[in-house]
Write a protein that binds this ligand. Structure first.
Ligand code: 3HC
Length: 284
């Protein structure tokens, strides 16, 4: 199946990043969210990340205009009825995702593939909530989507080969490298990455070193591009906590217990970059 048009549910960090990737690759994208203000913010994010490419000389102003013209926005799920693929990129909450997936399943054409950008939730379980589990797949992008080259393509128990192939092919057209992953909590990357980020929060909470020193340790000692606490702020502390909760619930292994400081910060509304404050301050 040749995917030409894409619906994206959610205009947040990941949804707008996926819209950017589509726009640059010449793929039409319809971004849906519940409020006009969320859509405006998401569309502005797409505009500013495309502007980075203009500043670098990768594309010119005409290219930017053409790319932005490929992205449209709507508050109505029904407006996604004619697309070839719908990618759900809403908040990492299973009940919310199921509600959205059922709504999408009800309006999408019979041939439409439905994908989820979940960071960790079981693809098999999400698939069971809709009428087309064979046409349901995990398509997991990484933050910031315009820069990160990976897409995990996660096969649920009932996902068809045709669905996996179509989504892998699309990932390549979006300039990404797909890897095939078996359904399991956290898939591959977050299963490995998130416990490391969580451990950095433990280290900070136990007063082993300051946030700056912990980050310098991992950058200078392990050649990571940014430190783990700065990466927590970029990913979103709420997202990291949700992934750790999923890992802990799935494996019942104490090694996945979320750091108390992580939960405390999420409770306080300190979510990282998106809230202006996490382990570092982003005010102003
Ligand atoms: N949108 C578009 N482009 C961006 C961007 C954004 N939000 N942020 C950075 N860039 C681009 C810049 O334009 C620049 O491009 P160039 O090299 O072609 O000129 C390039 O990225 C480097 O940017 P900067 O020089 O400004 O900053 P850094 O050198 O600090 O790099 C980074 C930024 C690439 C994001 C780097 O810090 C990095 O690789 N961080 C790690 C990211 C990571 O691990 N992501 C995975 C998170 S886990 C996840 O997403 C899974 C989820 O389920 C939780």
């Amino acid at each position: 199946m040749n995917i030409k048009t894409i619906g994206i549910i959610g205009a947040g960090t990941m949804g707008s990043g996926i819209a950017h990737a589509c726009a640059i690759a010449g793929v039409e994208a319809v971004m849906q969210d519940v409020s006009e203000s969320a859509l405006e913010k998401g569309f502005k994010t797409v505009g500013s990340s495309i502007e980075r490419l203009v500043r670098k000389g990768t594309i010119d102003d005409a290219g930017k205009t053409a790319a932005l013209a490929r992205v449209c926005t709507t508050t109505r799920v029904e407006d996604l009825a004619s697309v070839d693929l719908i990618i759900e990129a809403a908040t990492e909450n299973e009940a919310l995702k199921i509600k959205i997936l059922r709504a999408v399943d009800a309006i999408a054409q019979p041939g439409t593939i439905i994908a989820t950008n979940t960071s960790s939730i079981s693809i098999t379980r999400l698939a069971a909530s809709i009428s087309r589990p064979e046409q349901f797949v995990g398509m997991h992008f990484f933050n910031p989507v315009p820069v990160m080259a990976l897409v995990e393509v996660i096969r649920g128990l009932r996902t068809s080969d045709a669905t996996v192939d179509a989504v892998g092919e699309l990932a390549k057209r979006l300039g990404k490298t797909p890897i095939g992953v078996k359904n399991s909590a956290g898939f591959v990357v977050n299963r490995i990455l998130c416990p490391m980020l969580n451990e950095a929060v433990f280290a900070l909470g136990e007063g082993l070193a300051s946030a700056e020193e912990i980050d310098a340790g991992m950058k200078l000692g392990c050649n990571h591009p940014i430190g783990p606490l700065a990466l927590c702020d970029m990913v979103g502390l709420d997202v990291l906590l949700a992934v750790m909760d999923v890992l802990y619930d799935a494996f019942k292994d104490p090694k996945y217990r979320p750091a108390p400081l992580l939960r405390e910060m999420v409770d306080a509304g300190l979510l990282g970059r998106k809230s202006g404050q996490g382990f570092y301050s982003y005010a102003g």
